[in-house]
Design a binder for this molecule. Structure first.
Ligand code: AMP
Ligand code: MG
Length: 418
């Protein structure tokens, strides 16, 4: 279980910059320290809970990077062709190596160990074979195509670091150093509710004024993508006592509780009062657009995150604030996602001192670069605008006016929502 100090989210005052909010959260939150060993096939996307040190050299011995002929470089004429007899053959995995000697070549294949002596491998495409003789063109450099023992990884190297999220190539790297299992942080157990009398399960009959609950599915997918074990706890009505009881019942079983909706200041927004009855709640007013206050608090000692109700605000708030918070709770590194410079395909005015994320899709422009086009409708409730977007353009606090053609930072969804 995540342990919080009493009332750790207490923050008051004016609008907070998003970097400040992230920094505060990083200071406040202590990672959940439990870990478990998982087989490599189950390791993708998990956060490593150990440094992985290689017990072996890769490659273990000098070997060939190509199919060709292993030669002594000193035998080669730098000006004209060299003819060498072929006196042996070695394939990948072959245990017994042929004896090499100066003045002769050994037929060799990719990944095969180099016999003692030869220091260079001539690619077969660059050789001619004439009976038992190979004809080698001049100009090859000493050491070409010969891999050295340990040139990829040396025994004792740290190949993967604690806190990193495992990508496919990282899983392969663990296998390459002989690991069958790796130690990863346990999945964060997240209890998820949505709130609102107007919400119905997808597929249910829609009464007048009702809508299908989409946020719970979006958030479930976002959390699952981060490696959380999500407990879908359904829809709560706009009723203080029901919300209070549901949160209380969920507290003991989860590392984190997440809700959407019901945290504005309307009379029917009861999440705030319910959480306050069970612990503490603070509305963090961030200087961002789109965005509403995000409610951070605790139910007992379990952290609580109250996301806004509007579907776009949910996603933007999640990706920019909640995602780093969750990675931190799971013991992950605080490496910010990469943004990429693209050309803005539109003019845009914005308020100073607030960070803004504009939904955009990318088109290839005449110069072969990428131009970001803005979705025509900007409302925080328009989920289809996110569906049409490839990512978010991040406009910094200082900027007040963006002109088409300027370079902007683009955050692809593929960087943060997988
Ligand atoms: P609220 O923050 O509860 O006032 O909700 C703000 C807006 O978001 C309202 O239009 C709600 O109907 C909508 N909304 C709230 N929760 C959801 C949800 N789970 N799925 C889709 N829309 C929602
Ligand atoms: Mg509501």
């Amino acid at each position: 279980m995540a342990q919080l100090s009493d009332d750790c989210f207490a923050q008051g005052g004016p609008l907070m910059r998003v970097d400040e909010a992230r920094r505060l959260l990083a200071d406040i939150l202590t990672p959940v320290t439990e870990s478990e060993a998982v087989p490599l096939h189950a390791a993708l996307g998990r956060i490593l809970a150990e440094d992985i040190v290689s017990p072996v050299n890769i490659p273990p011995a000098p070997n060939s990077a190509v199919d060709g002929y292993a030669v002594f470089h000193a035998d080669l004429d730098p000006e004209k062709e060299t003819r060498l007899p072929v006196i042996g053959r070695v394939t990948a995995g072959q245990m017994e190596l042929p004896q090499a000697r100066p003045g002769a070549a050994v037929r060799i294949f990719t990944g095969a160990r180099l016999p003692d002596g030869p220091d260079t491998v001539m690619m077969q495409e660059d050789c001619e074979v004439d009976g038992d003789t190979v004809v080698i063109r001049p100009g090859i450099k000493k050491g070409a195509n010969a891999r050295k023992a340990g040139e990829d990884v040396a025994a004792g190297d740290v190949v993967l670091r604690k806190g990193q999220r495992l990508r496919p190539q990282d899983v392969g790297q663990a296998a390459a150093v002989g690991r069958r299992e790796v130690k990863v942080s346990t999945r964060l157990k997240v209890g998820l509710f949505s709130t609102g009398d107007e919400l119905r399960e997808p597929g249910a009959e829609l009464a007048p004024g009702a809508i299908y609950d989409s946020n719970r599915y979006t958030i479930h997918a976002l959390l699952t993508g981060l490696g959380c074990a999500v407990d879908d706890l359904g829809i709560l009505p706009d009723d203080l006592e029901t919300i209070r009881q549901a949160l209380e019942a969920a507290e003991g079983k989860h590392d984190l509780l997440v809700t959407s909706g019901g945290v504005s200041v309307g009379e029917e927004d009861h999440v705030k009062d319910a959480v306050e009855a069970l612990g503490k709640l603070h509305l963090w007013r961030l200087a961002v657009k789109p965005g509403r206050p995000i409610a951070l608090g605790q139910v007992g000692l379990v952290p609580f995150v109250g996301l806004p109700g509007n579907p776009v605000a949910v996603v933007v708030t999640f990706l920019t604030i909640v995602r780093p918070l969750i990675l931190r709770l799971m013991g992950g590194n605080d490496t910010p996602p990469h943004t990429f410079k693209v050309r803005a395909g539109f003019d845009h005015k914005k308020k100073k001192d607030r960070r803004e994320w504009v939904r955009a899709h990318l088109v290839e422009d005449a110069s072969g670069g990428l131009t970001a086009e803005k979705f025509p409708r900007e409302g925080a409730g328009i989920l289809s605008s996110l569906v049409a977007a490839d990512g978010l353009i991040e406009l910094p606090e200082d900027l007040t006016r963006l002109e088409a053609g300027a370079m902007v930072e683009f955050l692809p969804f593929s960087e943060v929502a997988q």
